[in-house]
Design a binder for this molecule. Sequence first.
Ligand SMILES: *Cc1c(COP(=O)(O)O)cnc(C)c1O
Length: 402
Amino acid sequence: MKRSKTYRPATQLVHGGVERTSFNETSDALFLTSGFIYDNAEQAERTFKGEEDRYQYSRFNNPNLTALQNRLSELEGAEACIVTSTGMSAVYASLVPIIKAGDRVVASRALFGSSYWIIETLLPQMGVETIFVDGTDLKQWEEALSKPTAAVLIETPSNPMLDILDIKAIADLTHKAGGKLIVDNVFATPLYQHPLEWGADLIVYSCTKHIDGQGRVLGGAVLGNKDVILDHITPFVRNTGIGLSPFNAWVFLKGLETLPLRVEKMTQNALACAEFLEKSNVVSRVLYPGLKSHPHYELGQKQMSASSTMIGFELKGGKKAAFTFMNALELILISNNLGDSRCIVTHPATTTHMKIGEAERLHLGITDGCIRFSVGIEDAQDIIEDLQIGLDAVAALTNSAK
Ligand SMILES: *Cc1c(COP(=O)(O)O)cnc(C)c1O
């Protein structure tokens, strides 16, 4: 369809990238086909030679993947996008094709568990030197990036304690060291932060989170300039077979239509919950980028257009208090997904961040009393009443100990 102007995100997320068939269906059609047929042998030959651009095999491409890649690229203002089987395959695919044995990779310490494993365990096995820094400490970045470095991986806001890292400053240092900056933008969502505008080279998403947002399927995406995506990342994804299934792509296309509605409601609820938690005397710390008490509040205001659907907080009384709180909840679910339409709590120290070890965990501020809270789209009052039930159980615990 011919369009005379560029639409704003909420409009673009409903209409962007649609691959409409000759049947003129309203909604995105679902292309559950592994292959595509050729009119004749000559066309097959031309396709394999790269002389004719058409669908060939769904490990390479499929109309559902094209639609999702185009919709995400438009939203992000990126030249190109490749979608992958999971968020982790997106992280992996953003790194491996742009580094080789003997190279150096620097990463912020506060990373998603499996990303941490890639940097800490896998890359060194492949002959890559890896270095972790405290992401919010620019001195450490300056020192680590004083030597030639191929790639830098950061997460901001970080999982689970919502540190906010200065993308622009880290991008400048990365480029001086000759490398590419990869930003895992899951916690910010594609609505609230555009790392390419701050100088990042690649953005990765776990689409499993807010983009599906209804807890159904896994997937990922890598976005950036054509030269990196099309020449390096896309061939890696297609030839290693870590691409996305058409069905999952279709689910994400449906998810994107309602992304702004869900994420805005979740953010409003999260602010109300963060303000509520901050008033409780059994809560020792609340980390929410929308609260003035957040240690990187100013940077968040500058770098992001809104705060977050996620809250990190710490209960007084360690693991016992955290488990008592979680077990008392009646509405909020215990799980390790996030960005879902349902409220979910996680105890990072014994689940998502168990494997990194106690010393590293404490260094990241993940104490035994810490809870990661992914706020859903339910009624804010019901959520707050459920939090109150959990906090009352913790208060009863401390009173009975007296
Ligand atoms: C979930 C998540 C990932 C990994 O995504 P999967 O879809 O589970 O593979 C990577 N980074 C962050 C920040 C995440 O929250």
